[in-house]
Design a protein around this ligand. Structure first.
Ligand code: PMV
Length: 355
């Protein structure tokens, strides 16, 4: 291999939508039919680590995901690589005698190694962390000077939800109006310290890969679901977005929980309203919902919010640490992880509740 290698490693957490993105108005640019809001998880637990390397000895772009080589020929990877290469700047490392001129990036090939510390494609938003991390690492490698919002518009072209992982805290993906997608990007609503009482616990109901990918599912939904048309109306998701922003700003857990649970339930109703119907949740997911609903109804105000992405795993958001400890106790009692049940484990957003 000729000469030198220049490498960058980045780590990016996944995010979980509390107001869901489901449905594209443009499939190749990945432009959504509505705004969405998510919370970025703590990087300790569910994250992707990606190392990108460039060397004059590399003769083609290559990528390994969790140690297995994957093809980069798909449009999503190609879009991200092309967009970052177009923004690459001169790079110099005098100590190691490396000098890369802006125009050289077009010819130089990269190698990418990416690892998820959680199950891939099991409805735990692995593609969100994956593409956000890839775009961030490539931008650092190629010295591209874009801000996180501009990078989010590039990550969006890898996987829609990835655009929201470029920031911590609560993040909004603005659907945008432009046909070329230039204004479809993520902005941070509040940072990770704004509402640090919240504790997130993920019940890994199944770590198997989902049967219907979000790409296929969204396509079928857009083509067949009347309920999706209803979601896009001003008084449904756009109104929820405004209310969710207020709830987050005011630390209003009751509204936050009510909006989060309703939007998750409506997203899964939209999936059922699709032809052929899509079943992401299973019996255990439904039992978890019942358990949380009963608990919330027995208290003066909601204690826990639940939300499910494109899979059966429950993301549970407790209003504070005390509730989180109780939640974990109840969950372990009613849904003990074991080989005989379909609960495999819990992932904690905050380890300190176990103390
Ligand atoms: O970005 P994708 O194609 O993985 O779609 C994600 C869709 C949901 O996770 C179900 C919702 C969301 O807003 O993240």
């Amino acid at each position: 291999m000729a000469g030198w290698i220049h490498m960058v490693t980045a780590r990016t957490p996944t995010n979980i939508a509390v107001i869901k993105y489901w449905g594209k108005r443009d499939e190749s640019l990945i432009l959504p039919v509505n705004d969405s809001i998510s919370v970025t998880l703590d990087p300790e637990h569910l994250c992707t680590t990606t190392t990108v390397a460039v060397s004059p000895g590399f003769d083609q772009d290559r990528m390994w995901l969790n140690g297995k080589e994957i093809s980069l020929s798909g449009g999503r990877y190609q879009n991200c690589l092309r967009e970052i290469r177009a923004r690459a700047e001169d790079f110099e490392d005098n100590e190691r005698g490396i000098k890369i001129a802006k125009q050289d990036w077009q010819k130089l090939r990269v190698h990418i190694a990416s690892y998820n510390n959680f199950p891939t494609a099991a409805g735990l938003a692995s593609s969100a962390a994956g593409f956000a991390c890839l775009v961030f690492a490539l931008a650092k490698l190629m010295n591209a000077k874009e801000d996180p919002s501009q990078l989010s518009a590039i990550a969006r072209q890898g996987s829609g939800s990835a655009c929201r992982s470029l920031y911590g805290g609560f993040v909004k993906w603005i659907m945008g109006k432009e046909e070329n997608g230039s204004d479809s990007l993520a902005v941070q609503l509040v940072d990770e310290n704004h509402w640090d009482d919240l504790v997130i616990i993920i019940a890994v109901v199944s770590s198997r890969q989902k049967e219907t990918s979000s790409t296929t599912g969204m396509r079928d939904t857009v083509e067949t679901s009347m309920l999706l048309q209803h979601r896009a109306k001003v008084e449904v998701v756009p109104k929820r977005i405004v209310k969710m922003e207020e709830a987050i700003q005011n630390h209003d857990f009751s509204s936050f929980a009510q909006l989060t649970c309703s939007d998750s339930n409506q997203f899964h109703a939209v999936c059922l309203d699709t032809c052929p119907p899509i079943f992401y949740m299973n019996d255990t997911s439904h039992r978890i919902i019942s358990c949380i609903e009963k608990w919330n109804r027995s208290e003066e105000s909601p204690q826990v919010a639940y939300t499910f992405d494109a899979g059966p795993n429950a993301v549970l958001i407790a209003r504070n640490r005390k509730t989180a400890a109780l939640l974990l106790q109840r969950m372990l009692y009613f849904f003990p992880p074991s080989a005989d049940t379909d609960m495999s484990s819990y992932v904690l957003g905050d380890k300190s509740i176990l103390k």
